[in-house]
Design a binder for this molecule. Structure first.
Ligand code: FDA
Length: 306
C-alpha cells in the first residue's frame, strides 16, 4: 500500500513540468549521480570507457523529455548527433537511445521524423545503432509507425516493446516482417487497465511470452530487466532452442544491480548498460525511484552522508 502511494507520488513528480524546471534550474542533484553519468558528453564518454573496460557494452541516452518548441527538438537532435560522433571518435562500444518526445513528436510527427533522419544519416555513416525508447501508451502507436517508416530505410534502428501492454504480442507478430532488433521491457509508465495488465504476475507472463516469440522468430533480442526470474527464463529458452549467443543480449540500467551485470559478463553473455546523461535528469531519476521506492532510502543515505 505504502509502496503504491510512493510509486504514484514519484510518477507524478516525474511528469510535473514545474518540478522539472525547478530541478533543471537549481541543479537539485540529490543522489541522481548513482543513476546518471553526468551532464555532458565528456562525462558520458568517461563512464562508457569505464564500462567498456569492464567488458560491458553501453547505450547512452541524452536525457531531455519535455520539448515545447521546434527549436528545442532540433537542439536535442543536434545533441544526439554530437553523441554519435563522440562514440565514433572515441571508438566506444556504445549505441544511442532516445525518446521521440524529445525529437518533437508532440509538436508534429513530421518534425520527429525529420530529426530522426538527420540522426540516422550520421549514425549510419559512423556505424552506431539507435534505439527509440518506448514512452507512454498515448505515444505507442505513433512510435511504432515512425519506427516502421525508418526501418524501411535504415538497418541501424530498433525500438522497444513493453510487456505490460495488451498489444505487446500483436506488435511482436506485426513487427516480425521487419526482422527488428527489439529491446523487450516490462514497462515503466502508469497506464490504465484499459490498455495494460494491472497485475505484475500477468506482466511477467506476457514478458516471458514475448521473449520466447521474438527469439524463436530469429530476431535479435535485448532482454532489458533486473529480474533474475526473467534472465533465467531467457537462458532456458536459449538453451532449449539452441539460440546463438550473438542473437540476444541482456540490458540493465546504469547503477542498478551492478554485481549481477558483472556476473553476466563473467558468464560470457553480452551485457549492455543503459547510461543516461544530460541536464534533464529529473524525470528519469523520479521514474527510477517510482519503480523501486527502496531506492529512496539509498538516495537519502547518499544525501545525508555527503
Ligand atoms: P521488476 O521491477 O519487475 O522487478 C523484478 C525483480 O527484479 C525485483 O523483485 C528484484 O528482485 C529485481 N530488481 C528490480 N530492480 C532492482 C533494483 N533496483 N535493485 C535490485 N533488484 C532489483 N521502460 C519503458 O517503458 N520504456 C523503455 O524504453 C525502457 N527502456 C529500458 C531500458 C533498459 C536497459 C532497462 C533495464 C529498462 C528499461 N525500461 C523501459 C524500464 C522497464 O520497463 C522497467 O520499468 C524496469 O526495468 C523495471 O522492471 P524489471 O524488469 O527490471 O523488474
Amino acid at each position: 500500500m505504502m509502496e503504491q502511494i510512493l510509486r504514484n507520488f514519484f510518477l507524478f513528480l516525474s511528469k510535473n513540468k514545474f518540478f522539472t524546471k525547478l530541478a533543471r534550474r537549481y541543479g537539485l542533484r540529490f543522489g541522481a549521480g548513482r543513476f546518471v553519468a553526468g551532464e555532458t558528453i565528456p562525462n558520458a564518454v568517461n563512464t562508457i570507457q569505464k564500462l567498456n573496460g569492464q567488458g560491458m557494452s553501453v547505450t547512452i541516452d541524452h536525457l531531455g523529455e519535455f520539448i515545447d518548441t521546434e527549436k528545442e527538438a532540433r537542439e536535442a537532435a543536434d545533441e544526439c548527433i554530437e553523441a554519435v560522433k563522440a562514440i565514433a571518435e572515441h571508438k566506444l562500444d556504445s549505441q544511442l537511445s532516445l525518446k521521440l518526445t524529445s525529437m518533437g513528436l508532440d509538436i508534429s510527427y513530421e518534425l520527429a521524423l525529420e530529426n530522426m533522419k538527420r540522426i540516422l544519416q550520421v549514425a549510419e555513416e559512423k556505424d552506431v545503432f539507435i534505439t527509440i525508447d518506448m514512452e507512454d501508451f498515448e505515444r505507442c502507436q505513433k512510435t511504432i509507425k515512425l519506427f516502421k517508416e525508418l526501418r524501411t530505410e535504415y538497418n541501424n534502428i530498433g525500438t522497444v516493446i513493453q510487456s505490460y501492454l495488451y498489444r505487446a504480442v500483436e506488435d511482436i507478430e506485426d513487427l516480425n516482417q521487419y526482422n527488428p532488433n527489439l529491446r523487450l521491457v516490462k514497462g515503466a509508465y502508469k497506464e490504465s487497465p484499459k490498455v495494460a495488465f494491472p497485475d505484475k504476475k500477468d506482466v511477467d507472463e506476457n514478458y516471458k511470452k514475448i521473449i520466447k516469440m521474438h527469439l524463436l522468430n530469429g530476431n535479435y533480442t535485448a532482454v532489458a530487466t533486473h529480474d533474475d526470474a526473467m534472465i533465467e527464463y531467457t537462458l532456458k529458452v536459449v538453451q532449449e532452442h539452441n539460440i546463438p549467443l550473438d542473437q540476444f543480449e541482456f540490458q540493465m540500467l546504469y547503477g542498478i544491480r551492478v554485481e549481477r551485470q558483472e556476473e553476466l559478463v563473467k558468464e560470457g553473455y553480452k551485457m549492455r548498460v543503459y547510461v543516461p546523461y544530460g541536464t534533464d535528469w529529473y524525470g528519469y531519476f523520479m521514474r527510477r525511484l517510482a519503480e523501486r521506492p527502496a531506492n529512496v532510502a539509498f538516495v537519502l543515505k547518499g544525501v545525508v552522508g555527503k
